[in-house]
Design a protein around this ligand. Structure first.
Ligand code: GAL
Length: 998
């Protein structure tokens, strides 16, 4: 079923938040007096941030280190972000992973942020720290550990028990982040306390200024001195500077204009382009830089959803062009895209509204490969803005479909310089923003040479379909004035007395630029196959008009200016790369990725990645030797570039055929056997609950979090003494969207609920009349309930407290009495005293094999029978299969994505749930009847690419006929010849006999 309750709920909440309105009574106080005197390294004015006195445009991408538990790979992602032209990463921290038990904070191994800070520092990226305590983020509990279900006070309010609960976490994580602030030589420049403190349920006073004030003070007490910035759920004006209690220093908000419905990837609903951002900013926070702390860069996808290819299609390169340029038109200068790399909800860390993959349809995919069109479009935009310092101080004006264009179907929003000595920017789009039309138009733009109608040659400009352009005027190109360009600027640089300007445009367009040059100046074609025309309309400016070439034309203006006229698709191959340790840059054309460049002793060293044989061109530097990934290349020089050929011969890879391996099998539901001993299980004996969200309907609480079980599969055993008259057994369970439940009476399956995206809970009725229960005999119900993660707490309404497990039950007899049941339960072994300190508090659930630790490498499989998951089990139950294999892959030089691919054929396989464990890390949850995910990428570092691997699969067969996995393969993607740093194997401790395991 392709729908999701969660999705509907989220949208409802979003519109709720939007309708709750801004605050017209905002009083703007003199901000100077509020300025934090604790540091002067990160400051701001109404235009932008300054770092060390220098104005900066913050172009940032969201990345969650905890969603890629291989610290040595973080630098790979960071370099890919830096190569986009970005200078910043924003990151959440997930409290639930760091404080599994109250008071027991631990951030070691894959949870240690030090290597992340070091990587950012090394790559040259700033960081925005967003540790919560509440984060949302599609993680279990929105980042709240499960034990918060037992806090009686309202979460995210000034209830003292809630505030106390946050203290330890924020003191610890705050100190870790404080130490990494730029003031201490680290990369952290901004700190966001809370997240979207933007709405509350009915009857809850909101906003609670004293709560926000507490959260801000916690950060300061932990040593945070960099500016405190907010992330309002949309421009609602909460906690803006000047509003008093709870105000942040810099106001920011987020925006997801296309929402999260990947079902209809081409639908851009009417009115969803936010054209009011600038006016709201002027109302809400005119004295701070315009900040969008999260802007849509993809979408999450729920159980039963459409898969991330479709989310990527929804938020595609056209979306980037139209929506991101609309944000530039509003003058955004702190701009964070959510997500730039999504990653994986491994080890039960996700919320119930999502499955294992958190790819998000981002520009960098879950397996760290880069998407050509989305990634490259973003690179063109970020590189342009970072090459255009004038953007930071220009002033956004009002959109018009008349003033600046001759065609009302075209709307232009100006970002105007304060004088014609500086650049102005004109953002062009279709008036109907979602139009697929091709529209011809001319623009009328104010310039230093008066208002000009452009193009001046006898053609029109054209805007083809869902596109948007930034036209510049009076734009400084290394000391030469570009009077205007209707083609977009990629970048420009200077080498000696040579100036390089790179422009690009879409196919089937005519464009024109005018550049300062005496009328006698010659314009020559240097390369390329297309023609262009030159006119000199006044003595100071040369006009060049051209049709977009198939690839490129290169023209020389006079002796010293080289202009590249690129087709946009060709422009995608260009990279602007810092030359390490200098302020200089180099342009490199060709590689799949350019990570870095350095210049010493007349040697240019480039670190780049290649997915095919490629001709590499170096522009802007000549006369040096060129080394690519440490090997000297033989180069040829033309009068505009140095060229080298890189040939890539993909290695042949030996990937084991999983179906052919020997698999070992063990029963993982011994609990239904008569002789099973549950004396070690936790007794459900709490006569009351501290859970304020869900009042008890039963004599004792069976809520799993009341007993410290917050993650993975839950098991219950209900003992009763039969009267012989038992009839209906009613059972109310809750596991979150898509969850499944199986109910057994002794060793006999009564029935399973296979789950669907719309059901977070389920009320089952099971007739046991025919079960032959004799008076005075002892029996057991065994209930397996899947916990899909704890609900988020997006608005202040305590939804995170929605319990998991059994909510209520009744065993009725024909005599109108109820037979009492005494319940025991278990989740992961140890509950909050979780055993696996390396993989953290959430990785293990309550399956028998998990409690025993059999998902860990070195499990005692010798005594298990040989049997394959492809054969499966013919009866309902839970099976566990494991195998081992060696890999020997050339991963020092090649980045080789690997994924476990399950075939899906419910008709042939039966309905089942599977969990995939790789060297003990849970890297997949599959719901055969719900979907959509069947392919599970697993990163190198979790997988040992040069040694032994232990893989386990749990198979929970929900129906009478049992189930099997119809097909399973380990699949390699295209190897990329890589210059990334060596991947270190993550510590994956093996099995040891667990004392007391049951
Ligand atoms: C935002 C929230 C993020 C994430 C996002 C959707 O509203 O701040 O944490 O949940 O929505 O992916």
């Amino acid at each position: 079923m392709k729908s999701s309750l969660f999705l509907v709920a989220t949208q409802a909440l979003l519109s709720y938040a939007l309708s709750s309105g801004g605050r017209p009574d905002i009083l703007i106080r003199d901000l100077a007096e509020k300025r934090d005197a604790k540091q002067d390294i990160v400051t701001w004015d109404e235009h932008s941030l300054f770092v060390k006195g220098e104005r900066v445009l913050i172009f940032s991408g969201e990345f969650h280190p905890f969603r890629l538990p291989v610290p040595s790979l973080w630098i790979d992602v960071l370099q890919k972000v830096k190569a986009l032209g970005f200078n910043c990463i924003s990151f959440y921290v997930d409290w639930a992973l760091l404080e599994g038990k109250p008071g027991d904070f631990s951030a070691e191994g894959v949870f240690d942020l030090k290597p992340f800070f070091d990587a950012a520092q090394k790559v040259g990226l700033y960081l925005i720290a967003r540790p919560g305590p509440y984060i949302n983020a599609e993680v279990s509990g929105g980042g709240f550990p499960g034990w918060l279900q037992r806090v009686r006070g309202l979460l995210r309010s000034s209830a003292p028990d809630y505030l106390n609960a946050t203290d330890n976490y924020i003191a610890n994580i705050g100190k870790i982040i404080a130490d990494a602030q730029i003031t201490n030589g680290g990369p952290v420049i901004l700190f966001q306390p809370e997240n979207e403190y933007s709405g509350a349920g009915d009857y809850t006073p909101f906003p609670d200024g004293s709560y926000m004030e507490y959260v801000l003070q916690q950060a300061r007490d932990a040593g945070i001195v960099v500016p405190l910035i907010s992330n309002d759920a949309s421009p609602l004006g909460h906690n803006t500077p000047g509003t008093g209690e709870g105000e942040v220093e810099i106001y920011g908000h987020d925006g997801y204009p296309l929402g999260f419905d990947c079902a209809h990837p081409t639908v851009w609903p009417k009115g969803n382009l936010p054209t009011n951002y600038r006016s709201l900013h002027l109302e809400q926070s005119p004295s701070t830089p315009y900040s969008i702390l999260e802007f849509q860069a993809g979408s999450f996808d729920p159980w039963g959803g459409w898969g991330f290819e479709q989310c990527s299609a929804l938020v595609n390169h056209e979306f980037q062009r139209v929506f991101y340029k609309n944000n530039y038109a509003a003058g955004v200068t702190i701009n964070n895209l959510y997500m730039i790399y999504g990653g994986t909800n491994w080890g039960n860390l996700g919320h119930p509204g999502g499955y294992t993959s958190y790819d998000y349809g981002s520009v960098i995919k879950e397996d760290r490969t880069i998407t050509r069109e989305k990634y490259s479009e973003l690179k063109l935009q970020a590189t342009f803005l970072q090459s255009s310092p004038g953007y930071l101080t220009a002033t956004p004006g009002k959109s018009s479909d008349k003033i600046y264009s001759d065609n009302p179907d075209i709307t232009v929003t100006p970002i105007l310089a304060n004088s014609t000595d500086e650049a102005s920017f004109f953002v062009v789009r279709h008036t109907n923003y979602s139009s697929f039309e091709s529209t011809n138009y001319k623009v009328k733009l104010p310039t230093s040479q008066g208002t000009l109608t452009i193009p001046r040659a006898n053609q029109s400009l054209s805007l083809n379909g869902r596109d948007s352009k930034v036209i510049v005027t009076d734009y400084d190109v290394q000391g030469t004035k570009l009077l205007y360009s209707t083609a977009e600027v990629f970048t420009h640089l200077k080498q000696g007395n040579q100036t390089l300007l790179i422009l690009y445009a879409g196919p089937n367009e005519h464009n024109e630029f005018a550049i300062e040059a005496p009328s006698s100046t010659q314009v020559k074609k240097v390369a390329g196959d297309e023609s262009f025309s030159v006119t000199s309309s006044n003595s100071n400016f040369l006009t060049v008009n051209w049709a977009t070439p198939k690839e490129r034309s290169i023209v020389r203006v006079g002796d010293n200016i080289l202009v590249y006229l690129l087709d946009r698709n060709a422009a995608y191959n260009y990279w602007l790369t810092d030359i390490e340790g200098t302020k200089d840059k180099v342009v490199i054309n060709g590689p799949y990725l350019v990570r870095s460049a350095s210049l010493k002793d007349n040697e240019l060293h480039i670190k780049a990645d290649f997915n095919a044989s490629t001709t590499v061109e170096v522009l802007g530097i000549s006369g040096t030797k060129v080394f690519i990934n440490d090997a000297e290349t033989s180069t040829e020089s033309s009068d505009f570039a140095t060229t080298a050929n890189v040939s890539v011969n993909s290695p042949s890879l030996t990937i084991p055929k999983l179906a052919d391996l020997e698999w070992k099998y063990i029963d993982s539901l011994p609990e239904i056997q008569k002789e099973y001993d549950d004396s070690q299980w936790t007794k459900a004996d709490h006569k009351s609950t501290d859970n304020t969200y869900q009042p008890l309907v039963a004599p004792v609480s069976t809520y799993s979090s009341d007993y410290g079980y917050h993650t993975g599969v839950l098991l219950y055993r209900g003992h009763f003494n039969a009267t012989g008259n038992e009839g209906n057994f009613s059972l109310w369970t809750q596991g979150g969207s898509g969850f499944a439940v199986s109910v057994w009476l002794d060793d006999h399956l009564l029935s399973s609920f296979g789950g669907n995206p719309a059901n977070a809970s389920y009320r089952g009725k099971y007739d046991v009349t025919g079960a032959g229960l004799e008076a005075g005999t002892e029996h057991v119900f065994t209930v397996v309930v899947e916990n899909m993660g704890l609900s988020e707490n997006w608005i202040v309404a305590d939804e995170m407290k929605q319990p998991r497990g059994i909510l209520g039950w009744r065993l009725e007899t024909s005599k109108a009495t109820n037979t009492p049941i005494s319940w025991k339960l278990t989740g992961n072994l140890g509950g909050e005293d979780y055993l696996d300190r390396i993989r953290g508090p959430l990785n293990e659930g309550g399956l028998f094999v998990e409690r025993q630790g059999y998902h860990l490498p070195g499990a005692p499989t010798e005594s298990w029978v040989s049997h394959s998951p492809l054969e499966g089990i013919g009866l309902p139950g839970i099976a566990f299969y494991s195998t081992s294999f060696d890999l020997n892959l050339p991963s020092d030089e090649w980045d080789i994505p690997l994924a476990f691919s399950f075939s899906n054929d419910t008709a042939a396989s039966g309905i089942y749930r599977a969990q995939l464990y790789v060297n003990g890390w849970q890297f997949g949850k599959l719901a055969s009847n719900v979907g959509p995910q069947t392919v599970f990428p697993v990163p190198e570092g979790i997988l040992n690419y040069n040694g032994k691997n232990y893989v386990g699969i749990s198979l929970w067969a929900l129906e009478q006929g049992g189930a099997k996995i119809p097909g399973l393969e380990l699949v390699a993607g295209t190897p990329v010849w890589t210059s990334r740093e060596k991947v270190e194997l993550v510590d994956s401790p093996g099995w040891k006999k667990r004392e007391g395991a049951y």
